[in-house]
Design a protein around this ligand. Structure first.
Ligand code: SAM
Ligand code: SF4
Length: 318
């Protein structure tokens, strides 16, 4: 389905939980977050039903995210349910991968096609520091398990953090030299209760191109991707730069987000949310509502004015 600006809206990102086994400093406060009451959270069956309505309206790309999707009880059932929808051509998950070594094979069998893995450092001690509790060895095991299970192509998300991981840019880029893995550097976004942490630790992605001068721009295979892609000469994988603040990709935005409490967010950087849970629980026709939301998707976001959104990242899923 197309919105009123002629954009084809075919991508749904679903946050399945606000819980996480890590506490990344830019995403989750040390003590965790104030929990949304259980009854406010969509059940797996409700998520499935909403996903099906989106698919009937032309969505063919779905991403499961969170919080950490692999801590959600029953996640494999949801993956299996969505995996059965023939019209979904691209079915992916964003995960911190610390539990992936246990789940990779079952996820693949259930119909998941690929994973994006968040890993902001290649140093075990620094990983423990930024995540406040994670073990990098688990992530590395998870990456191997994903390769073995065929959850590919794998993309690695690296949030750039001032004074923390600029010195590892070359090492991350090198991961793309011999393997078909994409590494994507993401600028910190000021979102939710940790927005000032992000503003204080922000560095622009430009630093990647300054540090690795050999990178050559490659033409975009998917214009709706927020990443601008580069490659090392003869590199197997690509290096992506995602600049949500310094560079807008609104013109080609094709996505909708579903929050854990059943709200659709037509734009990540806007506080506008449309409730689907109540009408769904009242047995109303949610397809009609989704159609209207798609039609009214805003043209663009405006972060330069300090209009940062108040919801936390794990409710929305990034
Ligand atoms: N727990 C999973 C993970 O870490 O991959 C999925 C959810 S996490 C919210 C999704 C993505 O958002 C991760 O790649 C994470 O690094 C990114 N993220 C979280 N907070 C962010 C922020 N303030 N700015 C930029 N990216 C952020
Ligand atoms: Fe958890 Fe992902 Fe947020 Fe880190 S970025 S705290 S892994 S939800």
């Amino acid at each position: 389905m197309f919105d009123s600006y002629g954009r084809r809206i075919n991508y749904l990102r679903i946050s399945v939980t606000d819980l996480c086994n890590l506490r990344c400093k830019y995403c989750m406060p040390e003590k965790g977050i104030k929990k949304i009451p259980y009854e406010e959270i969509l059940t797996l069956e409700e998520i499935q039903s909403i996903a099906e309505s989106f698919v009937e309206l032309g969505t063919d790309k779905i991403r499961i995210t969170g919080g950490e999707p692999l801590v959600k009880r029953g996640i494999l059932n949801l993956i299996e349910g969505i995996g059965k929808l023939d019209k979904v051509k691209d079915f992916a998950m964003t995960t911190n991968a610390t539990l992936l070594y246990k789940y990779a094979e079952d996820l693949k069998k259930a119909g998941l096609k690929r994973v994006n893995i968040s890993m902001d450092t290649l140093d075990r001690k620094k990983y423990g520091d930024i995540t406040r509790r994670g073990d990098l060895q688990d992530v590395l095991k998870g990456i191997e398990a994903a390769k073995k299970a065929g959850l590919t192509p794998i993309k690695i998300n690296v949030v750039l953090i001032k004074g923390f991981n600029e010195d590892e840019i070359e090492s991350f880029v090198n991961l793309t030299r011999y393997e078909d893995i994409d590494v994507r550097f993401i600028e910190l976004m000021p979102i939710g209760s940790l927005r000032y942490w992000s503003l204080n630790n922000y560095i622009s992605n430009d630093i990647v191109l300054k540090k690795v001068e050999e990178l050559q721009e490659v033409s975009a295979s998917d214009i709706s991707s927020p990443a601008k892609y580069y490659r090392l000469p003869e590199g197997k994988g690509k290096v992506g730069l995602i600049n949500p603040i310094s560079c807008k990709f609104c013109e080609n935005c094709n996505r909708m987000r579903l929050t854990i409490d059943g709200k659709i967010k037509p734009c990540l950087h806007s506080n506008e949310e449309i409730d689907l849970k109540t009408p769904l629980r009242q047995g109303k026709n949610i397809k009609k509502i989704i159609e209207t939301v798609i039609l009214n998707k805003p043209k663009e976001h405006n972060l330069e004015d300090g209009n940062y959104i108040s919801r936390d990242m794990m409710d929305i899923g990034g």
